[in-house]
Design a protein around this ligand. Structure first.
Ligand SMILES: Nc1nc2c(c(=O)[nH]1)N[C@H]1C(S)=C(S)[C@@H](COP(=O)(O)OP(=O)(O)OC[C@H]3O[C@@H](n4cnc5c(=O)[nH]c(N)nc54)[C@H](O)[C@@H]3O)O[C@H]1N2
Ligand SMILES: Nc1nc2c(c(=O)[nH]1)N[C@H]1C(S)=C(S)[C@@H](COP(=O)(O)OP(=O)(O)OC[C@H]3O[C@@H](n4cnc5c(=O)[nH]c(N)nc54)[C@H](O)[C@@H]3O)O[C@H]1N2
Ligand SMILES: [Mo]
Length: 694
């Protein structure tokens, strides 16, 4: 829907949109269109959390949309898998052949077909709507979409009952902000605006992160702990809060469960013990506990960086106990925010139609272990061998762990692979068919956010470029060729968008019709969700101690679990591979998206490995030298950047590079493993030992 264009020339229009990317900020966009061409994308100045500002990446969205490498028609592979040799094919021919192949496999066992998708777009329409209906009707294997945040979700859910928390706009009024496991300037830029407002008003900012990232550089203090040790730090903070009685006894008595048990456990963690485990000083822990007890309102911006390790979920559990101990939840500008997702109520049943399974219960495969699963033979525990994968909104060859296995899996000659994409990605190179998909400027969608509380509409600004089609349309056309005649397969994108916003008190009266014109609308509800308790847990309280965890045979209290790979748990491995590698996001990429946009890749330069001066010297490595980072799973070539921004014994490989745009044809995921987190079945990207040689 167009709005009157105050800032645009008279012969152009401005269309309201939403940023589709996997980022907490989900910005409100204004797209200027002239003669059917999108000539600019800017942030909506009226939308509070966007405040007229976009990140470097999305400010260049037109460069991505009109990129010379855009796939503008379906392509069929003509060379060996991985060679990238493709020839154009007509839509009708591609879809007819794909449907025939899927029908043949489904006749044997539809579970041999696997959808693989994640966060290319977070839109409800181009995400799991028509696609999910298609796979449910087919009876394909289900995919557990764990690759980002499920450990944190499980940890947070155990304590406070869901992905709920502070209103991001309130951080401007906090007096202490702990930025925990998050490089906000990179991955949550619009939160950083509020943190800076707070800082100017006198708030203290502390970053808790294994490397001195851009955000840590700008905070008052940096707690540079070893990766995977956050639960120990949280317990030592509790130890100090309890010992010095910096507690809100009234809040604890009314609104929490299990304080005595938590206290007993916390008493096992004096700062000296945690200091040993975390690799920081006991004095710094004491000071941090003092500040957390003294400065009110105190806020925690936790992000997903800290839960990509073996003990990730329990670390989130431990941290989530802190705000209730000091009564921070009483204040609008106090408490914690990890994700705001559950403030919204989306009607996923209407969107995804699980009822189309009609009583069938296909197996569920965890997307983290795609490497192993593609290489598995049929057996009673696993079920049928995977014979077909349909990839959309994801680039597993770049983003999934233990990349060599992922590559070998997709290279199987007996695997039929279809990839819906904007670009010829690493994954697309292994496809039998690549189907050209539309970008956010060319299709319609509706979005919630995980870092703020606004619903947003995305109206199509321009017509599809070339022969690109929205994901929904591709699955509609495939459904027709499969003979799926249920009415839901004929629904339009606008009908689907309207279904996404459930008629539920959480959404207030917000409707798709209204949103299309207004662009965005804020959820109703108090800024401070737990000022008077009301946690959506079984007890209705903040659960320091969890009956559910106990019943599941796990620790009812947050547990301290060290990484799968570290000197304490795998000493033998640590002798051979003594360096802990973390591979957090690069500022100018969005996971593996934008790596092929030349201007942004130039800003990132080339794949770098941050190495501490001590570790570089011990290995005779000079700054700027090409190095090989390796372990038993593979090797990754990158340029050494010697810097004290990382800890001794720790290397940082910013990602996620496309393999084919990296010097050695691999990326950091060549080195990561497929083991899972303690809860939630998440990945352990930052729990990985390597060695580096010149
Ligand atoms: N520019 C940009 N923005 C992004 C993304 C991107 O790739 N680029 N990715 C998006 C996605 S998919 C997500 S999920 C969100 C959230 O993004 P996240 O993936 O959470 O990324 P960051 O906020 O960069 O946080 C990662 C931080 O956690 C730190 N870290 C690693 N291990 C540990 C640990 O054990 N303990 C602690 N305390 N810290 C640790 C890393 O050093 C890093 O600074 O951001 C989104 N925004
Ligand atoms: N080593 C390491 N690995 C990581 C991480 C890390 O920090 N370190 N981060 C992890 C995290 S947090 C996440 S969320 C995952 C992200 O993994 P993915 O969700 O796979 O993210 P992207 O790499 O951005 O790939 C998304 C793809 O979808 C495509 N796409 C975008 N919009 C559309 C659309 O409308 N239609 C279609 N058909 N395609 C579209 C894009 O072109 C892009 O190639 O990676 C994980 N992998
Ligand atoms: Mo993510």
């Amino acid at each position: 829907m167009s709005v009157s264009p105050p800032a645009a020339a008279s012969d152009s229009t401005v269309v309201r949109g939403a940023c589709p990317h996997d980022c907490p900020d989900t910005c409100a966009l204004l797209v200027t269109v002239k003669d059917g061409v999108a000539i600019g994308v800017r942030g909506d100045p009226d939308h509070p959390t966007t405040h007229g500002k976009l990140c470097t990446k999305v400010a260049r969205y037109t460069e991505r949309t009109y990129h010379p490498g855009r796939l503008l028609q379906p392509m069929k592979r003509v060379g060996p898998k991985g060679s990238g040799q493709f020839a154009p094919v007509r839509w009708d021919e591609a879809l007819t052949d794909i449907a025939a192949k899927l029908k043949a496999i489904a006749a044997r066992d539809p579970q041999a077909i696997l959808p693989y998708s994640y966060g290319g777009t977070l839109g409800f329409v181009q995400g799991e709507s028509m696609a999910a209906r298609f796979f449910h009707k087919l009876g394909a294997s289900l995919l557990d979409r764990t690759i980002c945040s499920t450990a944190g979700e499980a940890g947070l859910g155990a304590v406070i009952g869901g992905k709920l928390g502070m209103d991001v706009e309130q951080f401007a009024h906090s007096r202490l902000i702990l930025i925990w496991g998050s490089n906000s300037i990179t991955s949550n830029l619009h939160f950083w605006t509020y943190a800076q407002q707070a800082k100017r008003a006198g708030a203290r900012l502390v970053c808790i992160d294994p490397w001195r990232n851009d955000t840590a550089e700008k905070c008052h203090e940096h707690v540079q702990l070893r990766p995977g040790t956050d639960a120990a730090l949280a317990y030592a903070l509790m130890h100090e809060l309890i010992t010095h009685d910096w507690l809100d006894h009234d809040y604890i008595a009314r609104y929490t469960l299990g304080f005595e048990a938590l206290k007993a456990r916390a008493m096992e963690w004096p700062p000296e013990r945690a200091a040993q485990v975390c690799g920081v000083s006991a004095g710094q822990i004491r000071q941090l506990a003092h500040d957390y007890g003294a400065l009110s309102p105190a806020a925690i911006r936790m992000n997903y960086g800290l839960q990509r390790v073996r003990g990730g979920a329990n670390a989130v559990r431990a941290i989530a106990c802190l705000p209730a101990l000091v009564g921070a939840w009483r204040h609008d500008a106090g408490g914690l925010l990890m994700s705001s997702s559950n403030h919204f109520k989306a009607d996923t049943a209407a969107l995804e139609r699980p009822d189309l399974l009609a009583g069938r219960t296909p197996r569920t495969l965890n997307m983290v272990t795609i490497g192993d699963d593609l290489l598995r033979e049929a057996c009673p525990t696993f079920g049928p061998k995977i014979e077909a994968v349909i990839v959309y909104n994801s680039n597993p060859l770049a983003v999934a762990p233990e990349g060599d296995k992922v590559r070998r899996g997709f290279a199987r000659d007996d695997l039929f692979t279809v990839v819906l994409e904007h670009f010829q990605t690493d994954t697309a190179d292994y496809a039998d068919y690549v189907l050209s998909a539309t970008t956010q400027l060319e299709h319609l969608d509706v979005h919630k956010a995980y870092g703020h509380r606004y619903w947003l509409a995305n109206n199509a600004a321009i017509a599809p470029i070339g022969q690109a089609k929205p994901n929904t349309e591709i699955f509609r056309l495939l459904a027709a060729r499969m003979g799926f005649i249920d009415a839901c397969f004929a629904e339009t994108d606008a009908q689907i968008a309207a279904q996404a916003i459930a008629p539920d008190p959480r959404n207030g009266g917000i409707t798709w019709e209204q949103l299309q014109t207004s662009g965005w609308a804020k959820l109703p509800g108090a800024a401070a969700p737990f000022a008077h308790g009301g946690f959506p847990t079984p007890s209705g309280k903040c659960e320091f101690w969890s009956q559910r965890e106990m019943d599941a045979g796990r620790d009812p209290l947050p547990d301290v679990l060290l990484p799968h790979e570290c000197a304490e748990t795998t000493p033998g491995l640590a002798m051979r591979y003594p360096l802990a590698m973390i591979s957090p996001p690069a500022r100018n990429f969005l996971n593996s998206s934008f790596v092929n946009v030349d201007s942004l890749r130039k800003l990132e330069g080339e794949p770098l490995l941050l190495l501490h001066p001590e570790d570089a010297e011990a290995r005779g490595i000079a700054d700027g030298q090409m190095v090989r980072s390796f372990n038993d799973r593979g090797a990754y070539l990158c340029r050494a950047h010697i810097s004290d921004r990382t800890r001794p014994g720790q290397v940082v490989a910013l990602g996620i590079w496309w393999r084919k745009l990296s010097p050695g044809g691999t990326n950091a995921n060549q080195l990561t493993h497929q083991r899972l987190t303690d809860l939630g079945g998440g990945p352990c990207f930052y729990d990985c030992l390597v060695e580096v040689s010149p």
